[in-house]
Design a protein around this ligand. Structure first.
Ligand code: HEM
Length: 518
């Protein structure tokens, strides 16, 4: 009996020891679960829905080769606001006009920063350009310099003769091709004309030859390709070393150095022998480098602008301005070849208005409503930067009940927004008519169509790009009739997309041209 009592006593003692232990473990588990769900440590935090993710890399593998497409598919399951993880970084994916407005209008200030990346750091003078500069005083000053002095409507107008001269040159080039073959590589034509216009406007002359080592075009090509590289080390800090081992950092440093010495040469060319502006010309004739050097010399920027800032701003016009503008032309002609009835209607408008002149002038274009509709429709279906340039939150923000924590990267899927059934009738169909007698515009106020972004960080180059795209497209359809390469029907034309931050055609666009007598 006593043995039994002793046994019972022992059990009770061990149970009485176990109970508080179990309770403590249970409490810790509950606290862990709560904290796991809420990185802020508060039970009130409600994060947007998230797809399942892998340890360490998170959702990175779900991006695939064409992230705008994969992310739209994910959004169809998880909704228009999703929280993903790229490695350690929380990433918000926005896929509706309604949530885009929340980010870029209602809470624009909280999302006005840009994330850091080794690619931007190395290629863009340690974030001294406009597009990647962190939100703050320096960014405010260089952005306003761009908006007021380089890309204002007045300044864009002042480059009209450059655009028109280069368009005439483009037509001559096509006519020269046609003497040996009727097949024209339109991708090459568009890339050259936009590049030449940007070079003349930004640096005063074209850099198409091999006079400065390897050609500027080759250098620019590698630069743009590197801008689109996703570096795993930006998302998983302990894998930063991969950037060095893979040779990426070495390549970035090499291209940055080459571009830097090229831009130094450009600046020197603009300076006189005593280091001051060598020649005075009227403000209307100034290129971007002239403007920046004049502002630097007169000290009128309101902040000291050094040579690195001048070079970084010039570099931005190439990083942000050339491929984007050229991409619109490539996709517009792709869609026109796929839809010959739209091409015919556009030609009818352009030919009636230009009325036998040797080329379409910018004065003619004010009446070309169908031309504008074609460009809008192209920007809706093929926004050149489908996920916009990433932003980063600096504050804790609540959006329609969801908590977005500081340090969250944000991608706005404008490609998905442009194809949303909620906003567009038959969204997958290329139909410029939808924009006739319709006030929807792409300048950042209609969130159904935001290929240039919106808010503080929106694109300052809209008018510049639109003026180039309009005059090039109007003239190319005015001066020539176009057909898909022999044997292929328009609708069969390949539309594969490239990879990278700017999405252009994967393969060059070739088409058959016949001169139109005008
Ligand atoms: C069709 C042509 C173009 C498209 C589709 C385009 C698109 C964009 C987009 C989506 C952004 C980011 C917007 C945001 O974060 O909300 C941007 C920013 C920017 N773009 Fe453009 N762009 C084009 C042409 C140009 C041109 C021609 C220039 C200059 C010559 C330019 C200069 C810039 C700059 C400097 C920024 C950075 C603004 C900032 O961060 O504050 N872009 N662009």
């Amino acid at each position: 009996m006593s043995t039994f009592l002793q046994f019972l006593e022992q059990r009770v003692t061990s149970i009485s020891l176990l109970l508080p232990l179990s309770f403590t473990v249970l409490t810790l588990v509950v606290i862990y679960l709560i904290f796991k769900r809420s990185p802020m440590g508060s039970i009130d935090v409600l994060l947007p829905p998230s797809p399942p993710r892998l340890p360490v890399i998170g959702n990175l593998l779900q991006l695939g080769m064409h992230p705008h497409r994969s992310l739209r598919s994910l959004a169809q399951t998880y909704g228009p606001i999703m929280l993903l993880r790229f490695g350690n970084i929380p990433v918000l994916i926005v896929s509706s006009a309604e949530f885009a407005r929340e980010i870029m209008k209602s809470h624009d200030l909280a999302f006005a920063n840009r994330p850091k990346s080794i690619v931007f750091e190395k290629l863009l003078y340690n974030y001294k350009d406009v597009s990647t500069a962190p939100y703050g005083e320096y960014w405010r000053q260089v952005k306003s310099l761009c908006v007021m002095n380089l890309l204002s409507n007045k300044r864009v107008q002042s480059y009209r003769s450059v655009r028109e001269e280069e368009v005439v040159h483009m037509i001559e080039k096509i006519n020269n091709f046609l003497s040996s073959s009727s097949l024209v590589n339109l991708s090459q034509i568009f890339s050259s004309v936009t590049n030449d216009i940007v070079c003349r406007v930004a640096m005063g002359r074209k850099y198409s030859g091999k006079d400065e080592g390897r050609s500027f075009k080759e250098l620019l090509g590698e630069f743009v390709e590197l801008l689109g590289v996703v570096n795993v080390g930006d998302y998983i800090p302990w894998l930063k070393w991969l950037g060095r081992v893979s040779g990426l950092v070495r390549r970035l440093e090499k291209v940055a150095k080459e571009f830097d010495s090229f831009l130094d040469g450009v600046v020197e060319e603009h300076l006189g022998r005593d280091g001051r502006l060598g020649y005075v010309q009227s403000e209307e004739k100034e290129d971007f480098v002239d403007v920046l050097l004049r502002i630097q010399e007169e000290n009128t920027a309101g902040f000291p602008i050094d040579r690195t800032s001048v070079k970084a701003i010039i570099l931005d016009t190439f990083a942000a301005g050339t491929h984007t503008t050229f991409t619109v032309l490539e996709w517009a002609m792709t869609e026109l070849l796929r839809h010959p009835e739209v091409l015919k209607k556009l030609q009818k408008e352009v030919r009636e208005i230009a009325n036998g002149n040797s080329f379409v002038t910018e004065d003619d274009m004010s009446q070309m409503h169908y031309l504008k509709a074609v460009i809008k429709e192209t920007l809706r279906l093929h926004p050149p930067i489908p996920l916009l340039v990433p932003r980063e939150s600096t504050q804790h923000v609540q959006i329609k009940g969801f908590d977005i924590l500081p340090g969250t990267q944000v991608f706005i899927n404008v490609w998905a927004i442009g194809r949303a059934h909620e906003s567009w009738d038959q969204p997958e169909v290329f139909r410029p008519e939808r924009f006739l007698n319709c006030a929807v515009d792409f300048r950042g106020h209609d969130f159904n169509l935001i290929p240039f972004g919106s808010g503080r960080r929106s694109c300052p180059g809209v008018e510049f790009a639109f003026s180039v795209d309009q005059v090039v497209l109007a003239n190319i359809v005015y001066k020539f009739n176009w057909a898909s390469p022999s044997g292929s029907k328009g609708e069969d034309l390949d539309t594969s997309e490239s990879t990278g931050i700017t999405v252009h055609r994967k393969f060059p666009l070739n088409a058959i041209a016949t001169p139109y007598p005008c």
